[in-house]
Ligand binder design. Sequence first.
Ligand code: DGY
Length: 326
Amino acid sequence: MSKPRVFVTRVIPEPGLALLRDSCDLVIWPDELPPSYDTLRAEAARSEGLLTLLSDPIDAALINAAPSLRVISQMAVGVDNIDLAAATARGIPVGHTPGALTETTADLAFALLMAAARRLPEAERFVHAGQWRTWGPMLLLGQDVHGATLGIVGMGRIGLAVARRAQGFAMRIIYYSRHESPEARALGAEYLPLDEVFAQADFISLHTPLTPETYHLVNDRAFALMKPTAVLINTARGGVIDPDALYRALSTGKIAAAALDVTEPEPIPPDSPLLTLDNCLIVPHIGSASVATRTRIAVMAAENLLAGLRGERLPHCANPQVYERQ
Ligand code: DGY
C-alpha cells in the first residue's frame, strides 16, 4: 500500500520527524528560509498531510487547490497564519500544540520584562563598547520589578504562567481578558477593564491570540493611557501592536520601553525605525525556543498529523467544528 505524501515545511526536531518516517512518504523542505507561497501551494496540491510553521501562509486558495489534503498540523499553538474557516469548510482538521510551550514562553516573557526593566541590552552594549569607566551613581538607572504592578492582557495559559512568576516578585497583578478567570482570581489577580490595565500597570504583558478584535489593540489611544514609565512586553503576536504607534510612544517618552519577541511584520525589516531605539528590545520570536519544548511540540505536531491521516480525531485540534459537520 502506498504511503500518504506529507510535506513538512522545514527541518524540525528529529523526534517529530522520526514518528513520521515509517508511515509517510515524507518530503521535508531543507532550507532555513520557508518555501515560497507558490512552492508551498504546489507541494500542498500533491500532499495528503502538511506539517506547517507559523511563517507559512495557509490561505483558502492554497487549501482549495489541494484536493487530497486530509490534515494540516501546525507546530505552534497560534494558527493565525491558517485560514481555519476554509480548512473547516473542506473538512480538514488543523492540529496545533497548546499547553506544551506555556511555561517556556512565560519564562521568556519574564526574561524580557526583567531585561527591559533593568536595561540589560543597553548595559551590555555599553560595556562591550568600552564605555565602562567607573561606577556611576546615575548610570543606567532602570525600574524595580519587585512590588510593581503587572498588567496582563489575555489571561489564558501563558498569561497565568506569567502571573505565577510575578507572584515570586511580590507584584500586584491586574489583568484584562474576554472573561474573568477563576485561576487568576486564585492567584490574587484583579480583573479590570482593558483601559484600566493600560493606565495602572508598570509592566504590560500581552498574551492574546491575533484575531480581528486584537489586531492593533495596542495603538495610539492605548499608549496615551499608559504611564510614561510603562514597559510593554509582547510574546503573543506582532499584529497586536500598531508598530507605528509604538515607535511614536517610545521615541516621544509616552512609555519607557518595550521588549518584543514578535513583530509586525516578521521578521522586522532592517530599516524599521524601531531598530534605532535604545529602549526597544527585540528578539526573533524565540518564545518556545528551548530544546525540550521545541522537541515536545514537534512530537505533538507529528502525532496530530498521524491521527489525521488515520482519520482519527486530532489530539489537539484548532478547528473542532470540523467534527461537527461530519
Ligand atoms: C506559537 O506556538 O504560537 C509560538 O508563537 C511559537 O513558539
